[in-house]
Design a protein around this ligand. Structure first.
Ligand SMILES: [Fe+2]
Length: 561
């Protein structure tokens, strides 16, 4: 929801209906954004949609003609997408309102232009290079753009079937990470492997002067939808991506939840290696087209924080602005910002300094939930609250931290987070075993005071949305054992005081007690979308072996019950 050029609310449907990566009509999110903004349906002037059915039509038709088996799928998909063409009817039905109240103008924004806009139009730059990379959208898998003033001019597109997102998903599926969104886990697995399959991966991705080409015999033809379908319940389901050639070369696919063999780790390593090579290659091509030092980035592949941490060393770019919601949920914000800036030319550039665009709950609403759940709690003023929670963290207790507005994008950034001491002996295993129930190899993230970043990490470029992985300096590795990954890196969040004063002050208070300006931060959930409401936070606190819940000014402790 953008009002006068400024995003006032943004929330993913999954946080409201509790279906992870929900991909059908976002009726609850629409109603929630209106409520946060204090607006009604008849206040809406424009609706922007991050897809454009007429974009890249020539390439779509040529592809369908070359692949007659896919033609039927292609036509079926076009029909289903066309449901969005009657947007007013759909909103009226889904949100149960009178269509007469809907007087908005609809704008379709090409998928990758919307991704680019979601990054460029949140920066304070007047010029930048734009880069997007994902599975696919409107038939495109990568876009390179020139961004200047209020305009985004695409300079190059790479089309289906050549998709680094599809490559990543294909290997993830083969090694048993076959759920939509598993790619980040495989990125964490990669440093446990070795470069056994270097040549094979080079055959899967050929770098060319214009970009790259995939070795298509490693893939099943994916069609114009990139190998995805949406289930009846709104979940994203992956169709098989890998061809029999992969099975012939590497043996049987790993079954989900079975033991991870060396082969699987080596495949993860090879995948991440070839992805990074292609990433840097594309960024260097972009720099030749648009010789800027600043780059605005979005698209699902741009969530590859390991590659982002390295791009300063391998490309001429020295500043990044990355949309926190770089997956397709970010298209809504990007499309809206594009219409405000480039189409309607409202001339009201917005700079996104934090990602707290979701729901907030009052003290009385939180107290009501605590009372109705029958949980014992104490109320603290701000200073004593921070001191009490720091006491818990220092003692090695695991703290659920629910404050302010929820985060936009996949990362918890200190408002819907589970917090812990980053150097407490065994803390990583405690969290994995007791609360998160996930693989032991997966790293936890450090939140660090922005001013102290370069003292602890080998890079000082800030990462407020947890989108860069940097090496931890040798002298800090033991003191940050729970957030130090196997390759001595951490996917950090830099916290500036003006972005989140309460969280900043908590880390500062922790530093004053321990000499460590870092708190371990993992998302507040247990195999579910991140908690959104007080009731969900209280439920997660009671269901898991979390020790403490800090929710608004209240603190609940398991031992006190
Ligand atoms: Fe996308």
């Amino acid at each position: 929801m953008v009002v006068d050029g400024r995003p006032v609310a943004a929330i993913a449907e999954e946080r409201l209906n509790r279906v992870k990566y929900y991909a059908r009509f976002p009726g609850a999110a629409i109603r929630q954004c209106l409520e946060i903004a204090g607006l009604s349906f008849d206040d809406i002037d424009a609706v922007a949609v991050g897809r454009d059915p007429v974009a890249n039509r020539r390439q779509k038709v040529a592809y369908a003609v070359r692949n007659p088996k896919r033609l039927l799928n292609f036509l079926r998909l076009r029909r289903s997408r066309n449901a969005l063409d009657d947007l007013k009817g759909q909103i009226a039905r889904e949100c149960d309102i009178d269509p007469e109240k809907l007087r908005f103008q609809q704008y379709d924004v090409e998928h990758h232009v919307a991704h680019t806009a979601s990054a460029y139009f949140i920066s304070d730059w007047e010029r930048a290079a734009g880069f997007t990379l994902d599975g696919s959208g409107d038939f495109v898998t990568c876009m390179m753009s020139e961004c200047e003033g209020s305009q985004i001019t695409p300079r190059r597109r790479i089309f289906i079937p050549h998709s680094l997102g599809s490559l990543y998903t294909m290997i993830c599926e083969f090694i048993g990470y076959d759920k939509y969104g598993d790619e980040g886990k495989v990125m964490g697995l990669a440093p446990l492997g070795t470069d056994t399959y270097h040549d094979e991966f080079d055959r899967m991705v050929e770098l060319t002067s214009g970009g790259f080409r995939l070795g298509l015999d490693y893939f099943l033809p994916l069609g114009s939808h990139g190998g995805l379908r949406i289930s009846e319940t709104g979940e994203m389901v992956l169709n098989r991506h890998y061809s029999d050639r992969i099975v012939e070369r590497f043996g049987a696919p790993r079954v989900r939840h079975s033991e991870i063999a060396k082969r699987d780790m080596d495949l993860a390593f090879g995948l991440q290696r070839v992805f990074e090579d292609a990433y840097m290659h594309l960024l260097n091509i972009l720099h030749a087209l648009v010789p800027e030092t600043r780059i605005a980035m979005a698209g699902g592949c741009v969530l590859n924080s390991v590659a982002n941490g390295k791009l300063f060393d391998y490309t001429p770019f020295s500043q990044t602005c990355i949309q926190p919601a770089s997956g397709d949920e970010g298209l809504a914000l990007g499309a809206a910002l594009h219409v405000s800036n480039a189409v309607l030319r409202e001339g009201k550039r917005f700079v996104m300094r934090d990602a707290y665009l979701g729901q907030e709950f009052s003290e009385s609403a939180i107290r009501k939930e605590l009372d109705s759940a029958g949980v014992r709690y104490e109320r603290y003023d701000r200073g004593p609250l921070l001191r009490a929670v720091v006491d818990d963290l220092v003692e090695g207790r695991v703290v659920g931290w629910f404050q302010g507005r929820s985060e936009w994008g996949p990362r918890a950034l200190g408002n819907r987070s589970i917090l812990a001491h980053p150097g407490f002996p065994g803390m990583k295993d405690i969290l994995n075993a007791r609360i998160k129930h996930r693989e032991a190899f997966r790293p936890f993230a450090p939140s660090v005071l922005q001013e102290r970043q370069s003292e602890l990490f080998e890079h000082s470029h800030p990462s407020p949305f947890m989108l860069h992985v940097y090496k931890i300096r040798p002298e800090w590795r033991a003191r940050l054992s729970a957030v130090n990954h196997v390759d001595d890196t951490g996917r950090l969040q830099t916290v500036a005081r003006e972005e989140n004063p309460l969280y900043y002050d908590l880390i500062e208070a922790f530093d004053a007690r321990t000499g460590i300006p870092v708190i371990l931060n993992t998302s507040f959930n247990e195999n579910e979308p991140i908690v959104n409401t007080p009731a969900e936070a209280i439920d997660c606190f009671r269901r898991t072996k979390m020790d403490v819940l800090g929710i608004g000014p209240f603190v609940c402790r398991k031992t006190a019950q």
